[in-house]
Design a protein. Structure first.
Ligand SMILES: [Zn+2]
Length: 249
């Protein structure tokens, strides 16, 4: 018994539970959650997962006053983060999503069988199956549509630029819209199918051009611009609205 107590006394005491406070940001009340972290050496702030407030990570022994001071000096950053936050679009019956830059309404058919049907004219996407599976069925369909569009665009540019790719992957990559490996594998984010067509087209031109020029040299950009004159607009679009493509899920 004595031995056990001696042992547990040497162990670090458990971290106190997170503290939540209301924080007044100009005239807006936001929720601030203070979380102590054993490995934290300084204060860090991030938007909460649902975008409604902030989470501050703080060192184990830092005082709450110091944490509140850090929040105060981070006000302008927080205001910007709130403006930039993206409302999450939940995939559900009746929800509006953007496909190739055009708003579409998701319509659950209620039928157990059948394929996802895209009605471009009435801007509806009919999704069969149980409600619990709607999200996965629609996401699978969007990924397949993306793979199709990206294959068409990549093949077009490969022909025009006299380049060859070996394989094409479509994934949910967070940090990049596309990439090109030295052994000729093109990888893209499926979310590009949500963007206007000229944006997907540009990303394909960009990655295919890397098959010829594995860099961002003047020669590379000349090649991209020669075959895809809309590149500049597409780059601007991605800079301004690209993060919105991650709002669906
Ligand atoms: Zn590049």
């Amino acid at each position: 018994m004595r031995l056990l107590r001696a042992f547990s006394a040497r162990k670090a005491s458990p971290l106190p539970p997170p503290v939540t406070e209301q924080f007044l940001l100009e005239d807006q009340q936001v929720t601030m959650t203070f979380k102590r972290h054993a490995a934290a050496r300084r204060f860090t702030l991030r938007l909460s997962r649902d975008g409604s407030g902030f989470v501050m990570t703080m060192p184990r022994r830092a005082s709450m006053d110091a944490a509140r001071d850090f929040a105060r000096i981070s006000e302008s950053w927080m205001r910007k983060a709130l403006v930039k936050r993206i409302a999450k679009v939940e995939i559900a019956d009746g929800a509006v999503i953007v496909l190739r830059g055009v708003e579409h309404t998701i319509a659950a058919t209620g039928k157990s069988r059948g394929l996802v049907v895209h009605d471009a004219e009435s801007r509806l996407i009919h999704v069969p199956g149980q409600p619990a599976h709607l999200k996965r069925r629609l996401t699978d369909w969007l990924k397949a549509e993306a793979a199709h569009d990206l294959d068409v665009a990549s093949t077009k540019y490969a022909k025009a630029m006299e380049a060859k790719f070996r394989k094409l992957n479509v994934r949910d990559q967070k940090s990049r819209w596309g990439s090109c490996s030295s052994d000729g594998v093109l990888s893209y984010s499926w979310r590009l199918v949500l963007a206007p067509a000229f944006v997907l087209d540009y990303v394909a031109a960009h990655e295919v051009a890397h098959l010829r020029e594995m860099n961002h040299s003047t020669r590379f950009w000349r090649l991209v611009l020669k075959h895809c004159p809309d590149s500049r607009n597409a780059k601007t679009w991605l800079k301004l609205y690209g993060s919105k493509l991650h709002a669906l899920g």
